[in-house]
Design a binder for this molecule. Structure first.
Ligand code: DX5
Ligand code: ZN
Length: 221
């Protein structure tokens, strides 16, 4: 199974996205954090900017919506042509309906869970999604330390995906760096978001390669 490294542009220069995208050409996908200052206490950008990013990006976009009323707003992001749209279970009235809508538009559908949200209620509907995102920090800000307790949920998700032979990517987001990515990979994650760990590096592509090599060597699936 292949491992993916998705740099998060939350740690990039927000007035130089074209150059910032070019500086991470070894990325598998580019992770785009949309925040509304309501679902999370931070604000980034919305649909017009993601739409423009989609026009200039050399890589598929992995859009992570940290917004309320997602049943209303998520489809617009899929309509930009974004490769993947992930929304929070806590922000949706009907995650399955929304996943079907996103897929019908042509995007991969992702379901995100905050650290305090249990996986059990969603196990039976995982097949409706292309990706599950287990948040390894409280969503809202880059540069936080990984919450160790979230790794049990990663392992639980991996067990279920394998047992049911689902084609679901298992993504982790928050506090991932070269010191812990092997451990997180051992728990079964295959898709790694890294913001500060990539953008603070003097050679970002070298850092992406290093993270991918560490994760691949530790992956047993
Ligand atoms: C946090 C965002 C992350 C963030 C990760 O709410 O969803 O994507 O950019 O940043 P790091 O890797 O610095 O923890
Ligand atoms: Zn994110």
């Amino acid at each position: 199974m292949s491992v993916r490294i998705n740099p998060s542009i939350l740690s990039a220069d927000f007035v130089n996205f074209e150059a910032e995208f070019a500086s991470i050409s070894h990325a598998d996908l580019i992770h785009i954090d949309v925040m509304d200052n309501h679902f999370v206490p931070n604000l980034t950008f919305g649909l017009p900017m993601v739409s423009r990013m989609q026009e200039i990006t050399p890589k598929p976009l992995d859009v992570h919506l940290m917004i309320s009323n997602v049943d209303k707003w998520a489809s617009g992001y899929a309509e930009t042509g974004a490769y993947s749209v992930t929304f929070h279970a806590e922000a949706s009235e009907n995650p399955v309906d929304l996943a079907r809508k996103l897929r019908a538009i042509g995007a991969r559908a992702g379901l995100a869970l905050k650290p305090g949200t249990g996986l059990e209620p969603y196990l039976d509907v995982l097949a409706e999604f292309d990706q599950i995102l287990i948040m390894t920090v409280e969503p809202g800000f880059g540069g936080q330390a990984l919450i160790e307790e979230t790794l049990a949920k990663v392992k639980q998700a991996r067990r279920h995906i394998d047992a049911e032979a689902l084609e679901v990517w298992l993504q982790v987001d928050g506090g991932i760096d070269e010191s812990n990515i092997e451990r997180v990979s051992e728990q079964g994650a295959d898709t790694f978001v890294a913001g500060s760990a990539v953008f603070k590096a003097s050679d970002r592509n070298l850092q992406i390669d290093t993270l991918r090599n560490l994760a691949t060597a530790a992956h047993h699936h």
